[in-house]
Structures are given as C-alpha cells and as structure tokens.
Write a protein that binds this ligand. Structure first.
Ligand SMILES: *Cc1c(COP(=O)(O)O)cnc(C)c1O
Length: 414
C-alpha cells in the first residue's frame, strides 16, 4: 500500500481580504458596491489598509536603521505612489515619466533614486535638476552627467549600479550576474569610480539589485551578504566615503499553488548583523532596501464581470469583460515559463458551497486570453464578479491595453 498522495493546494495563500454577506470586501466595501462606485468593470482596486499593514509589517521585521524604498514600476498609479510616498522612506524610479509621478506625489527628492539602462540625456538633465540620486550604469552616463552638472551649476548626485559577479539564486527574474545590460560590471568599477571622482560628481554610494520575485529567505540573505562584501571591497576605490548602500530587494509574494509567504525573520536578522558590521567597515553608510511587488502586490485585485457562461464539450468557460489586455501577468504571458493560475475567486459568491471546475477567459480572440485554467470555483452566472488576487504589482501598467481595441480598465485606491 502506498501513502496517499498529499493533495495539491488549489491556490497560493490568499491575502487577508474579509468576506461579508457572501461577498469579498475590498477597501472596506462589498465588491458589488465597490463595482457600483467605480462605475464599470473591469477595474483594479488597491486596498489602502492592506498597503499600510504591509509597510508596518516590514518595518517591524527589519532593523529600524534600514531605509525602505518603493520601486514604483511595480505600480505607478499616482494615488498609490502618493500613499506610498507617505509610508516609506524613498521612491525608486526607472524613467523620467516615473520621476514626474514621484515628485508630483510629494516624494522628497533627496530620497528618490533613478536607475535603468539607456537613460536619455534629457532624462538625466531632469534628474539632476530635480536633485535626485542617479544610479548610473555606464561610462557614457558619467560623461553626460559631468556635462549636465556644468550646464546647470549643480553637481549630479550619483551612486553606481553594480552588476555583481553573483546572482540571486531562485529568483523569478535575474537582473544581475553574468553579462547584463544593467549596471557596471564589477571588473570595470575601479575605472568608473575614478572617472566619477575626476568629473567632480557627488558620489554617494552603491546600488546592487540581483533579482526579483524570490521566496527563499536563505537566497536573499546570501545575496545581501555578498552585496555587502562587494560594497566593502569597492569602497576602497570610491572617490569619497560611501553614504549609502542599496542592497536591492527581490522579496517575492506567493502566486501559485504550493508557494508560501516569505519568512521575513531571517532577513531582518541578517540585515541587523550586516548593519552592525558596517559600523566599522563602512562607517556612516545607511542601508536601503528597494521593494516593488512585495509592498503592493497582495493589496491589489483585478475585478471582471462574467459576460457569458459557456459549456464546451463538458468544460465550463466563464467569459468575462476583462482579460490579458489589462492583466498580462495573470494570463501567464509576462515572464512565466509554464502557465499557472493566480489565485482566483468568484467574489460575489464568496461563501457559496456550489462549486465546479471552470476556466475564466477574456473577450480577446486568442487562446492566450486565459485568466484561470480549469480551477475549482464557486458556480458563477452572468453578472457575477470574478476576482484575480495578487494583482497590485505588474498589472495594469504591464499590460497591452491597446491589443484588440476593447475598453480601458479603471484603477482605484479603495
Ligand atoms: C524592478 C526593480 C525593482 C522592483 O522589483 P520587485 O520584484 O517588484 O520588488 C527594484 N529595483 C530595481 C532596480 C528594479 O529594476
């Protein structure tokens, strides 16, 4: 006799949205009422209470000396950036467009940093004029910043983004180690640091970002230790003392069956140990952690209405007014190798015991427009609202809205 197979969990752990009168509650409002207040489906809703709670939870787990930055490419909705600007210590931007949103939101320019490959001269000028920190990524940027600093009479504030000689193991997306378009290779750092000194730029520190969407604390701790050791090594070549060290982030959230929430405790302990070491090895340097997805991903839902219920050769299809044109990631077409289901719920039948296997699809004329593939869901009818969880990051702004010419979605902070 063989041991019974462990049942596969049907979905990742759900974020703590309450249920009232058989409906999911988002931003304190029942889903059907929230939909009425938004005035249309599909929409994204981001829950302020959950955003606040997430930042508080993180603050409690990390040493108080570590600064927390929001990488706004995860969710650039101006109202979200405005809320986050008041909760975290700084905002990380990746374009002049994002810089504008961050400054409009009231972010303190001293705590805004600008990273990304291929920054255009006009973008660099905007950043220097705004007095934000530029995480420079090539020798070309050193030369341009020297020229711009002279033109504006403002020395550019710079850190160097380093392409490390290691990667973040087990990441959904690797962004450092090996040949990369991001940052300056470790081998080239002495030359670039000397050029920064010669150009008279205001050197402030190092930026290391090794990868994204990691659920393994031991891998994150290892990358932080290696980043720290590398920064100590590189500090010997720096034109002035290191004032801060951005250790990246990469904290993941559970999306798929079998995935668990990241345990923050070992990461907090690790950062505390590194901060203690830095007191003697990098005196005066502050640590920064930059997070996008981890801060906002679980606080957001995407909501679409069932337009048609079809049965095809025994399989139920819930055809909704939302799809991959608004939510590319949930369809599995934004960096996934094997398509898996995001957590999904029929939000207007949250307590119904009548369940069935159903696929949730969108209105696009392509089989890629799949939001849930044969999932166990409450039985839904035309008019019911389907909710895709874990949608607060890389949702609306990371989707091809123009594809097939369907109406736009709306985003609300609830
Ligand atoms: C995308 C990005 C982030 C945010 O990554 P998340 O996985 O959303 O936390 C942080 N820093 C840099 C440099 C990035 O490019």
């Amino acid at each position: 006799m063989t041991a019974p197979a462990r049942p596969t969990p049907v979905h990742a752990p759900l974020p703590p949205f309450p249920i009232r009168d058989g409906e999911l509650v988002v931003g304190g409002e029942k889903l059907s009422v929230l939909a009425a207040r938004v005035g249309q489906t599909p929409f994204y809703a981001y829950d302020r209470g959950l955003l606040r709670a997430r930042v508080a939870e993180l603050r409690a787990a990390l040493p108080s000396s570590v600064k927390l930055h929001y990488a706004m490419k995860a969710n650039p909705m101006p109202a979200v950036v405005g809320l986050m600007a008041g909760l975290v210590d700084g905002i990380d931007v990746a374009s002049a467009g994002e810089l504008k949103v961050a400054l409009d939101a009231g972010a303190d320019p001293r705590e805004v940093s600008f990273a990304g490959p291929g920054k255009r001269e006009a973008e660099l000028r905007q950043a220097v004029a705004a007095r934000v920190l530029v995480n420079l990524e090539s020798m070309r940027e050193v030369a341009l910043l020297k020229k711009i600093s002279a033109e504006l009479g403002l020395p550019a504030r710079v850190a160097v983004r380093v392409n490390p000689d290691f990667e973040l193991k087990g990441s959904g997306m690797k962004m450092g180690g090996g040949p990369k378009q991001f940052g300056v290779d470790v081998e080239a750092m002495p030359e670039v640091l000397a050029a920064i000194g010669a150009a008279g730029l205001a050197f402030e520190g190092f930026h290391l970002f090794a990868g994204s969407q990691n659920l393994r604390p031991e891998s994150i701790c290892e990358a932080q230790q290696k980043s720290y050791a590398l920064a100590v090594r590189l500090a010997a070549y720096a034109p002035s003392p290191v004032r801060f060290l951005n250790l990246g982030g990469g904290f993941g959230i559970p999306y798929f069956p079998g995935e668990q929430r990241l345990d923050l405790a070992p990461i907090g302990d690790n950062l505390a140990a590194l901060a203690a070491q830095a007191k003697t090895e990098l005196p005066g340097a502050e640590f920064v952690i930059e997070l996008g997805r981890y801060l906002v991903g679980e606080a957001g839902v995407y909501v679409a209405r069932v337009v048609d219920r079809k049965l095809s050769r025994g399989q139920v299809f819930l055809v909704t007014d939302g799809g991959l044109h608004h939510h590319l990631s949930a369809s599995g077409n934004f960096g996934q190798v094997v398509r898996k289901n995001y957590p999904v719920m029929v939000g207007t039948q949250a307590e119904s015991s009548a369940r069935e296997s159903a696929s949730v699809v969108g209105p696009l004329c392509t089989p890629l427009d799949l939001l849930a593939d044969r999932m166990d869901l409450a039985v839904a009818q035309e008019g019911d609202l389907v909710v895709i969880f874990q949608s607060g990051a890389y949702g609306a702004s990371a989707s091809p809205h123009g594809f097939l010419g369907h109406p736009a979605c709306v985003e609300v902070l609830a």
